[in-house]
Structures are given as structure tokens and as C-alpha cells.
Design a protein around this ligand. Structure first.
Ligand code: C2E
Ligand code: MG
Ligand code: MG
Ligand code: MG
Length: 280
């Protein structure tokens, strides 16, 4: 049923895309409502140690429970939110929500993991982004070491100079930076030399083919080696099969993320994952 619903939703959106401005405005309005009527929810997906499979951190992934169209994937509504500028309040909500969840767990004395949050280019480059992050950390009392920001290479292309400045400032605040979907952008590799980045996440499109494509295998091995020489950690995204895990362990990938270990899930479910929480 869920699968069918998902497909219907997707078709509905596909139709929407072809349709008129008035419908685009409607959708925009729906997103506005979503933000103000609690239709958004944060899911979390564990990122595990490649060898032991133990959880090392979590990635926060936003979900939209649309009252008529069911669950809508962020792959569909994030690009729309970026177009309309609604990514600004949405991104702020995600950041605050994740920090509140985590701070709450800590206050209860339960075991917590660093949480990674996806940051859009528009959000990152906006005036006041740094002070917003600072304010949310202060208000929630969350130690900045528990926060990690994931950003794509596109952030560096929009305004490289400002990006370097901001990433340096974030590192100065003890916030870790991960480059998401690494290898899929069009930016030069030069930024890796100049920026205090902490880890790179290999895009699922590469991981998917490592067992069948010699070129994907070569790319992934090469990137892992390069990253390690630069002192960066490597996460492989979209690991679905045991064989992929074994291969990636052989290539010394530090961490893995994928359905093989866990799907994204609500905070309440995460808490009951065996061996995860509460503290040992
Ligand atoms: P991403 O940041 O690269 O996140 C990883 C995506 O891969 C997630 O999709 C996750 O559910 C999916 N995934 C993880 N493991 C597997 C696997 O083994 N197989 C497959 N097939 N997929 C796997 P999701 O949750 O649909 O999110 C899609 C994208 O939407 C994210 O890609 C990210 O770019 C964006 N996004 C999600 N939440 C946020 C947010 O709060 N803010 C912003 N700016 N973007 C977000
Ligand atoms: Mg991500
Ligand atoms: Mg990613
Ligand atoms: Mg990806």
C-alpha cells in the first residue's frame, strides 16, 4: 500500500510540474501550510562503522506528511522549497528540531550520537546563517561537537570566497563539515586542499555499481585513498548489500550508510533500535 501511495504521490507531482503557475502557487501554499501546521517530521538514518556496524552518527532527513497526498519525498519538495525561498524557514525548522531532539536526549541522560543536517546553498549563503546556527546551539544548549553539516559541492561554486570564510567559521565553532554526494558536482577538487572539511560522503550512484563496474570500483577506491591521505573520513552512501559492505571494508571506507543497516526512521523508533539507546 505504501508503495502504491508513493507512486501516486509522485505522479501527482509529475503532473503538477507540467501544470500552470496557479498550481505552482497552490503547492507553494501547501508547503507554507506544512511548515505552520506540523506536517513536517524529521527522520533519522544511522551511519555505522564499516567494520563493526556500530552506530557512529545519524543523518536527519525531513519528511512531509501531506494531508491529501500522503508522504512526499524531500527529493521532490526540497527543490521546490529552494526555488520559492521556503527552504529558509524549512531549513531553520530542521536545524532547530534536530538540536532540540538531541538536547532533550542528553538531558535525559541517554546516549546520543552526532547528528548531520543537510544545508542548502541558499540557506548557507544567506546573511545571518552563522548567527542562526549559533543562536540555536545556545538556546538548546547542545554542544557544537554533536552537530555536523552536510553540504554539496554546489555551495562552493555559488560564491567560493564566502563559502571558505563560512566553513572556516563553522570549524572554529567546532562544527564538523561533510561534503555530500561527493563526486556528482562540477566543482574542482582544489577546494579540498583549502578547506577544513572533516569527511566526504560518496554518492549512492557510485556505490550502486561497485560490484559490476570496474570504473566505479576504481573511482571509489581512488577517492577513498585520496581522502585518507588528506586526513578525511569517508562515508559510503546507499549500501544495500552485504557484498558491497565487504568490498567497501576491503577498500577501507570508514563508515557506511544504507538500507542494509537501517532505513531513515522517526526519532521514537530510533530509540528502540537494539543496542542503540539508552547508554550501555
Ligand atoms: P542525501 O542528503 O544524499 O540523503 C541520502 C538519501 O539517500 C536519503 O533520501 C536516504 O533515505 C537515501 N538512502 C539512504 N540509504 C539508502 C539505500 O540504501 N538505498 C536507497 N535507495 N536510498 C538510500 P531522502 O531522505 O529521500 O532525501 C533525499 C535528499 O533530499 C537528500 O539526499 C537531501 O539532499 C535532501 N534532503 C533531505 N532532508 C533535507 C533537509 O532537511 N534539508 C535539505 N536542504 N535537504 C534535505
Ligand atoms: Mg545528506
Ligand atoms: Mg548524500
Ligand atoms: Mg546522495
Amino acid at each position: 500500500i505504501a508503495k502504491r501511495q508513493g507512486r501516486n504521490t509522485w505522479q501527482w507531482f509529475r503532473q503538477q510540474r507540467k501544470q500552470t503557475t496557479s498550481e505552482h502557487i497552490l503547492l507553494r501554499h501547501d508547503l507554507y501550510t506544512a511548515l505552520h501546521e506540523n506536517q513536517l517530521e524529521l527522520y533519522y538514518q544511522p551511519i555505522v562503522d564499516a567494520v563493526t556496524g556500530r552506530i557512529r552518527s545519524l543523518e536527519a532527513l525531513v519528511r512531509w506528511h501531506h494531508p491529501e497526498h500522503g508522504m512526499i519525498s524531500p527529493g521532490i519538495f526540497i527543490p521546490i522549497a529552494e526555488q520559492t525561498g521556503q527552504i529558509i524557514p524549512l531549513g531553520r525548522w530542521v536545524l532547530r528540531q534536530a538540536c532540540e531532539h538531541l538536547a532533550d536526549m542528553r538531558a535525559k541522560g541517554e546516549r546520543v550520537f552526532p547528528v548531520a543536517i543537510n544545508i542548502s546553498a541558499l540557506q548557507f549563503h544567506r546573511d545571518g546563517f552563522l548567527s542562526e546556527v549559533q543562536a540555536i546551539l545556545e538556546e538548546t544548549g547542545l554542544p557544537p561537537e554533536l552537530l555536523e553539516l552536510e553540504m554539496t559541492e554546489s555551495i562552493l561554486m555559488d560564491d567560493a570566497e564566502r563559502a571558505v570564510e563560512r566553513i572556516n567559521a563553522l570549524r572554529g565553532m567546532s562544527i564538523a563539515i561533510a561534503i555530500d554526494d561527493f563526486g556528482t558536482g562540477f566543482s574542482s577538487l582544489g577546494y579540498l586542499r583549502d578547506l577544513p572539511i572533516h569527511k566526504i560522503k560518496l554518492d549512492r550512484s557510485f556505490i550502486r555499481d561497485i560490484l559490476t563496474s570496474a570504473n566505479s570500483a576504481a573511482l571509489v577506491q581512488g577517492i577513498i585513498t585520496m581522502a585518507h591521505h588528506m586526513g578525511l573520513l569517508v562515508v559510503a552512501e546507499g549500501v544495500e548489500e552485504r557484498e558491497q559492505q565487504e568490498t567497501l571494508i576491503g577498500w577501507k571506507s570508514d563508515m557506511l550508510q544504507g538500507y542494509l543497516f537501517a532505513r531513515p526512521m522517526p526519532w521514537s523508533e530510533l530509540r528502540s533500535l537494539p543496542g542503540l539507546l539508552p547508554a550501555p
